[in-house]
Design a binder for this molecule. Structure first.
Ligand code: SDX
Length: 424
């Protein structure tokens, strides 16, 4: 086996090297502190592998993304969200019987307990739906306790996928002050989500197949992305053996941030701002380059992709198609394309390898599908749920799991005596 050598204070240490199935190389430092007393230092974990995983592969230099070995481009064009969810969680494409059973379970667990409706009542109409989603998902633990055995674990994963769209739609209806629309068992997963979001009791709601198809693709593109911030949060919270609902609620909270899934909402707000400011692209590019401004080009940059984000490319192409098919003319699409062009001609963005990420074009499609801006990150969460579940299952099925617990380099005061209040 290949070894890495570390020389520290004149002493030499051999560190094992592990190689992944795609040739990724990692230096195994699990025994480093035991043998040398030192730890590794990597704020933001840019060089740290936190786990072995067989779910998602990304090559950020080549712009490759695969779920369980299948290229994202193929899954987005040939599969559907329910099948991709199965693939992520169970590690293989389902047979016809397996898919039928999976769909049946997702359909027949989509109701939430009626008592949960009282909890929606308590939120102000202005509440951000991500806060509501996180709180309601955590509270599912009160209604569906326990995941002690594999059957309960699977049932709770199914419950979550089935119920998340109901909770998301109820939180939207609550923000409008409209009556909740209950799930319908004759619709597809995405069709049912659209129905619960947009139907009103006095009218018959027909699911538009163009919208259904576009939404399905969006969810597939968001379904997993290896050890990103929210997924790492799910693993971290779940490693303490916290219950699944609390664990996923933690992931939703992490996703909400504007540097992560919350960026899709911020992108539309930024494009709007640029449009209203006489399309002064240069001004915002310069602002993004100025570290003192605290302004970033939202939807740009990525920890892993240093060439292009394949999801952003699929979405950019899909924007034109979806808007055409729906007969929507959104001037923000032109603003986005122009901003991308101007940014990618700028030496700052070229040198730092900053390209549009998944959040840059997704908002324009959500908008065309009539999804309100505040719900964009909720859509991301619905898409990401099977990925979180697959990663949680992979981790908790592993008998060698240890609680996630990083160390630190302490930089505070050294020992000092306590001083009485009057002497300070
Ligand atoms: C997602 O990780 C995942 O996989 C996430 C995700 C998923 O599917 O789970 O892909 C989803 O979260 C997409 C990202 C959405 N966020 C944004 O669009 C917000 C804007 N982007 C940035 O905040 C940033 O690029 C991050 C958070 C996405 C990545 O941060 P990194 O990896 O820590 O990069 P960095 O901040 O160290 O950037 C390197 C340099 C810095 O400048 P220097 O210190 O070297 O001078 O590039 C600059 C940054 O200041 N930079 C930007 C910028 N992004 C990075 N400058 C201006 N505008 C930006 N958007």
């Amino acid at each position: 086996m290949e070894q890495a050598k570390l020389i520290l204070s004149g002493k030499e240490y051999d560190l094992p090297v592990i190689v992944g199935s795609e040739g990724e190389v990692g230096i195994d430092v699990t025994q480093l502190r035991n043998v040398s007393g030192a730890i590794t230092f990597d704020p933001g974990y840019g060089n740290t592998g936190s786990c072995k995983s067989s779910i998602t592969f990304i090559d950020g230099e080549k712009g490759i993304l695969r779920y369980r070995g299948y290229p994202i481009e193929e899954l987005a064009s040939k599969s559907n969200f329910v099948e991709v969810s199965y693939l992520l969680i169970y590690g293989k494409l389902p047979t016809e019987d397996e898919l039928t059973r999976f769909k049946y379970l997702l359909t027949h667990h989509s109701l939430i307990h009626e008592d949960m409706k009282k909890m929606f009542e308590g939120f102000p109409a202005s509440a951000h739906p991500m806060g509501v989603l996180s709180a309601m998902v955590a509270s599912l633990s009160a209604f569906y306790p326990g995941h002690e055995n594999p059957e309960m674990k699977e049932l709770n994963m199914i419950r979550l996928i089935a119920k998340l769209k109901t909770i998301a739609a109820f939180s939207y209806k609550k923000s409008l002050g409209q009556p909740y629309i209950y799930p319908r068992n004759d619709l597809s997963y995405v069709g049912d989500l659209l129905h619960m979001l947009f139907a009103v009791p006095s009218e018959k709601y027909e699911v538009n197949p163009v919208i259904e198809d576009a939404m399905d693709k969006l969810l597939i593109l968001h379904a997993d992305h290896e050890q990103n911030c929210s997924t790492s949060t799910v693993r971290l919270a779940g490693s303490s053996q916290a219950n699944l609902f609390a664990t996923i609620s933690a992931g939703i909270s992490a996703l909400w941030g504007p540097w992560h899934g919350g960026a899709n909402q911020e992108v539309i707000e930024m494009l709007d701002l640029i449009a209203k400011d006489n399309l002064d692209y240069k001004k915002y590019i310069e602002l993004a380059k100025d570290k003192k401004s605290n302004f970033k080009l939202m939807g740009f940059g990525h920890r892993v992709y240093k060439n292009f984000d394949p999801r952003a490319q699929i979405l950019k192409a899909a924007c034109d198609n979806v808007l055409n098919e729906l007969g929507v003319n959104d001037p923000l699409l032109e603003v986005a394309k122009n901003l991308e062009r101007v940014a990618l001609e700028d030496s700052y963005f070229i040198e730092k390898k900053l390209y549009p990420n998944v959040d840059f074009y997704s908002g324009i499609i959500y908008k065309a599908l009539n999804i309100p801006v505040q719900m964009f990150t909720v859509m991301f969460a619905i898409g990401r749920l099977p990925g979180w579940l697959a990663q949680w299952k992979e981790m908790t099925d592993d008998p060698s799991l240890r609680i996630y617990r990083p160390r630190q380099i302490y930089t505070g005061a050294t020992v000092r005596p306590y001083t009485d209040l009057k002497k300070r």
